[in-house]
Design a protein around this ligand. Structure first.
Ligand code: ATP
Ligand code: MG
Length: 637
């Protein structure tokens, strides 16, 4: 039996939606999606001209359109419509790499700056539909650039500032960008990121780029952003966009293969992120909301910029890392800015947990009322730490499952409406109908384990892989005909709650038993000496596949055979002997994507002894970890 936390009454007093309302609305949203989405569209979005058609197309053909005959503008919804009432409210609260670097930007100022840059882009010949690449650190200019593109109908492609010249060039060429907005350098965790060097390198073989705008360096070779903006009027009409006009392209993290240029469009994306932001974070006008994700990832698009700003929320933008200069920083920022909602990733929580409780305890955190997580399955042990140590049992934890491709949160508790089970993303959002398929692609009814798919199109489903519609169909719509295929595996319990079990590619088949990596990893992490674990398989003569676990201990722990024995005993106790790892390799770190996700496919190569070709490693954060793992690999028996 899994542990259950009752609906949190402290938050329920505030909640936008309670349990009965959720159940009734959910049922209605599935029974009559047209009416449901029509109502939401009127409630959450301001339109220039209304729609006749709510949705057309289907998951067979992949020709999905939402509100396609309506017009609107995303930037208008994020800024202009808030000016009458909220112009002096803080839109962006910026905390730099060093604790003394702070800036507050009101909706009024943000509007002016966005208009100036929008006019600047127009003056350079950027038109509706042109692609603009944004390669910037976590500074307000990144948000300004995104909104300026949205204002004039240019399609942005944000590339994470931690990416190399090679990765940047690939993305510039793939999206055929004509303008690049960048900076001389960024700072993160006390280190300098040499953006300009990367840009110069990338541009050597990148004919599509015609203009480079630098935000921080008056340099004759490039256009200076400030000079460009200062010469422009502070008003720029928001371009009326068709609902299905592209809003942005964003490349997936690449944990499973070559990154895909996911394309999102205007109306459906805006509606879905605005609605889910309000519901999942139970957003109230007095909140100070902090999402730690970088703008380079989808979370940084949907729940750092668009969802919050569309709701007129104050969004905290953080240029540093949670543990710089030390592991107290994240909690100090919470106290300093009186943060009420914190949304971060399991990788960050595990790292903070590894450094010990003292860093947390010396801060107050009393303003916090809601905690969120996204990006990977959160081990129950880590969830409990987040809930009890960080939130002192007061703040519901929303474990939000979604993907770059889904545009917004798909499965998550709603505070005040959903019971919490540590490690479960719980229930679907309104209007979202997940299903589990068995080996024969038949829908599983009731409790069970299978491939997670979505049954009907929702407003923010990706529309295509940029420039490669065939890849879109083949990756997402063909694997299970008539469904959107997520590529993830999940369990559903007797209450209908979903438990994400990892990627389908990562499922391990031991003597005919199919085990999810997430389950085994959580069992290992439940040992008190363990901070993090990643599990993969390797071929085995008798069992078919055997289990190889890479384990990172808590700071200060010495590893020995005794610990190895204890970890195996722990897994045997939690899951059973079938899941006990055949090999445990201790390591001080794991290979991760630049967004902090464990790259199991690289670990699988190591476990298989395939050390020559690691495939696309452009998204790997620190290649030296891979070298160390190879050097320290125990001999296979
Ligand atoms: P690529 O598709 O290029 O391999 P990626 O899947 O890591 O990269 P994202 O879109 O950033 O790219 O991540 C989505 C994936 O992250 C999901 O499919 C799922 O595997 C995992 N994920 C996200 N949130 C959660 C969560 N709350 N619980 C479990 N898994 C999650
Ligand atoms: Mg993916």
């Amino acid at each position: 039996m899994s542990k259950v936390y009752a609906v949190n009454t402290a938050s329920a007093q505030k909640a936008n939606i309670n349990r009965e309302e959720y159940a009734a609305l959910y049922e209605f949203s599935i029974r009559d999606p047209e009416t449901f989405w029509s109502e939401q569209a009127k409630k959450y979005v301001d339109w220039f001209t209304p729609w006749q058609n709510v949705m057309d197309g289907d998951l067979q053909e992949g020709n999905i359109r939402w509100f396609h005959d309506a017009t609107l503008n995303v930037c208008y919804n994020c800024l202009d419509r808030h000016l009458p009432e909220h112009k002096d409210n803080t839109a962006i609260l910026w905390e730099g790499d060093e604790p003394h670097e702070n800036e507050k930007i009101t909706f009024q100022t943000l509007h002016e700056k966005v208009c100036q840059l929008a006019n600047g882009l127009k003056s350079l010949g950027v038109k509706k539909g042109h692609r603009v690449c944004i390669y910037l650190p976590m500074i307000p200019q990144a948000a300004i650039a995104m909104l300026a593109c949205a204002r004039i109908g240019a399609v942005h492609s944000v590339v994470f500032a931690g990416f190399s010249a090679h990765a940047l060039r690939e993305r510039l060429i793939d999206a055929d960008c004509s303008v690049l907005i960048t900076a001389k350098e960024g700072r993160r965790g006390g280190k300098t990121i040499p953006l300009k060097d990367n840009v110069e390198h990338a541009l050597q073989k990148c004919p599509c780029i015609q203009q480079v705008i630098m935000v921080d360096s008056p340099d004759k070779t490039y256009l200076d952003c400030k000079t460009l903006m200062d010469s422009m009027p502070k008003d720029c009409p928001a371009e009326p966009m068709q609902a299905e006009d592209p809003l942005f392209i964003l490349y997936t993290s690449g944990s499973t293969g070559k990154p895909k240029g996911v394309l999102h469009t205007t109306a459906g994306y805006l509606l879905y992120t605005t609605m889910t932001f309000k519901q999942v974070f139970d957003y109230q006008p007095s909140d100070v909301y902090w999402c730690t994700a970088d703008v380079g990832w989808v979370t940084g698009h949907s729940y750092l910029i668009y969802g919050p700003l569309s709701n007129a929320a104050t969004t905290l933008m953080f240029a540093s890392t949670p543990n710089y200069p030390d592991a107290s920083r994240i909690w100090q920022v919470v106290d300093k800015h009186q943060v009420t909602i914190l949304y971060t990733a399991p990788t960050a929580i595990r790292a903070l947990m590894r450094d010990g409780d003292d860093y947390v305890k010396k801060t107050s955190r009393k303003t916090l009322r809601l905690l969120g997580t996204v990006g990977e399955p959160i081990n129950p042990e880590v969830w409990e730490w987040y809930y009890h140590m960080v939130g002192e049992g007061r703040c519901p934890v929303v474990d939000t499952w979604w993907q770059t491709e889904t545009g917004g949160i798909m499965i998550s508790p709603l505070p005040g409406a959903t019971e919490l089970k540590p490690g479960s993303a719980t229930l679907p959002m309104l209007g979202i109908e997940p299903a589990l398929l068995d080996e024969q692609d038949k829908e599983i009814q009731g409790p069970g384990t299978g491939k997670l798919v979505i049954k009907k199109p929702w407003p923010s489903i990706m529309r295509t892989v940029y420039g490669d519609h065939k890849r879109f169909l083949e990756t997402y719509l063909k694997p299970a005909a008539g469904y959107y295929f997520t590529g993830d595996k999940a369990n559903r319990d007797e209450d209908g709650f979903y438990w994400l079990a990892g990627r389908l590619d990562d499922v391990i088949n031991v003597s005919g038993h199919r085990l999810g990596t997430a389950e085994i990893e959580s069992a290992i992490v439940s040992h008190k000496a363990v901070a993090e674990a990643a599990v993969v398989s390797f071929p085995h003569d008798i069992k078919g596949e055997a289990i190889y676990a890479f384990v990172t201990p808590i700071t200060g722990i010495t590893v020995d055979d005794n610990l190895m024995g204890e970890i195996k005993a722990r897994v045997k106790h939690v899951i059973g002997s079938i899941a006990v790892p055949d090999i445990i390799q201790f390591t001080s770190d794991l290979p991760k994507t630049r967004s902090g996700k464990i790259m199991r496919r690289i670990l699988r190569n190591i476990a298989h002894g395939e050390l020559q070709d690691f495939g696309d490693t452009s998204t790997l954060a620190d290649p030296t970890i891979v070298d160390a793992l190879i050097a320290q690999k125990p001999a296979l028996k």
